[in-house]
Design a protein around this ligand. Structure first.
Ligand code: PLP
Length: 424
């Protein structure tokens, strides 16, 4: 939670009073981001490498807004992308091609061509996620007359129960579609080494998201490092990539900071005799989540004998995580109000029962006009949709204690025109 309660009882983010951003009919729902704090997050993480060769490949899917990506580039980060569009965005935001890794289980030929053809030597690595993908990447490199750096994304077979996170955001277990299963690694390595167009640069894994202890993170790293030791017998590797997944405190605690995950991983890397390899990681959430909020207006209250609902103008189309993962975001007033409080079920206007942000203790006072949904900087706007004909939320960027950029909500009529024009 990066918001701060001022002595006058108003909530601020990055030095800007959030209430000041709610004026006007179309002001909310709006995402607000503290760009300076995001840059500082990147710098702090990079500091944990203490000069060891590394790449912090920011997972662009968490938040792809230009000012956010550029701030992390300024901090020294590269990018982890999962589509051709994200690759184009990373390049346009100033990420140097060799600092980009491209993950994804099913890349199109056009996307592979973009990766193979970027920069003087292609991107940092195309992450190969199945033995079947090896020939597809090789074919695109051959067609372009170039060599392509690749890494193998390993599925370490970590049981979802071994990780302290939601099953929907674990990716390194046997049934997940992600990564090459352990029993196919040898064959995939041999297939890569047999293709002159491919250069095996590293091994990667990503076991899940929102891991709140370094122990959970090291479960996957241990498998990866053991494998890297074996693969080095026949191939020279440049890096090991232990993925993203560093958790944040959504209100239930997360004692480990992103830098703690890196320190623990570096210690294990040295212990396994791999200290000479560069260490890559792919954090998304931990760089941005705590530094963004959603501002919403209270549209209506509904009170029955058993329940109190607070209906706000932000819905599951704006912030999908609660509906998708049963995630919980704290909801707080923008201005402290004295008087009684109750347990209010906060819901949005979307016509789905899952459009529900959970129960929160909030003032009963009718003066409660606006609220903030906290820790919404990651997987918020980037997952937003126009379901129910809703406009995408506004975005406001704060830096140096003032608003430095904003994108307004699009008018309702734009959606109407777009749908009527379908198929024309
Ligand atoms: N890398 C890969 C391959 C991923 O699948 C993800 C997220 O699912 C990430 C990085 C980013 O994870 P997080 O946002 O938890 O740091």
């Amino acid at each position: 939670m990066a918001t701060h309660l001022r002595s006058d009882g108003t909530l601020e983010l990055g030095g800007v009073a959030l209430e000041s951003l709610t004026r006007g009919e179309e002001a909310t729902p709006a995402y607000v981001y503290d760009v300076d704090a995001i840059r500082a997050e990147g710098r702090e993480l990079i500091g944990a490498f203490e000069g060891q060769p590394h790449l912090v490949a920011y997972a662009v899917k968490a938040n792809s807004a230009g000012p956010v990506v550029r701030a992390l580039v300024e901090a020294g980060c590269g990018a982890d992308v999962v589509s051709g569009a994200e690759l184009m965005l990373a390049l346009a935001a100033g990420v140097s091609p060799d600092k980009i890794v491209y993950s994804g289980v099913a890349k199109s030929d056009a996307e592979l061509d973009l990766a193979v053809g970027s920069g003087p030597e292609g991107i940092g690595a195309v992450q190969i996620e199945s033995a079947e993908e090896v020939e597809r990447v090789a074919a695109r490199a051959r067609a372009a007359g170039r060599t392509c750096r690749v890494s193998l994304r390993v599925n370490p077979g970590v049981d979802a129960d071994d990780l302290d996170t939601h099953a929907y955001i674990t990716t390194g277990h046997d049934e997940a579609k992600f990564g090459v299963p352990l029993e196919s690694i040898d064959a995939a390595v041999d297939a890569i080494l047999a293709r002159p167009e491919l250069r095996l640069a590293g091994l990667a894994s990503h076991v899940g998201s929102q891991l709140t202890s370094t122990d959970a993170y090291l479960v996957g790293a241990r498998v990866l490092f053991d494998l890297a030791k074996a693969v080095r017998q026949k191939a020279s590797l440049a890096f090991v990539d232990t993925g993203g997944g560093f958790g944040i405190d959504y209100g239930e605690g997360c004692p480990a900071r992103p830098a703690d995950f890196i320190r623990a991983t570096r210690a294990l890397q040295r212990e396994r005799g791999l200290g000479d390899l560069a260490l890559y990681c792919e954090p998304g959430r931990s760089m941005v989540a705590a530094h963004g909020v959603v501002l919403a207006k209270v549209l209506q209250r509904k009170v029955s004998s058993a329940r109190r609902w607070l209906m706000i103008d932000a819905g599951m189309n704006d912030l999908m995580r609660p509906a998708l993962y049963q995630a919980f975001h704290r909801v707080v007033p923008l201005r402290a109000l004295s008087g009684p409080t109750s347990a209010w079920r906060v819901v949005g206007p979307v016509c789905e029962s899952s459009d529900d942000f959970g129960v929160h203790t909030l003032p009963d006072d009718a003066a409660l006009s606006h609220v903030a949904l906290l820790d919404a900087g990651a997987y918020g706007y980037s997952m937003a949709s126009r379901y129910n004909g809703r406009a995408l939320p506004a975005e406001v960027f704060v830096s140096g204690g003032r608003v430095t950029g904003r994108t307004d909500r699009r008018p309702m009529s734009e959606w109407v025109e777009d749908r009527l024009a379908a198929g024309r």
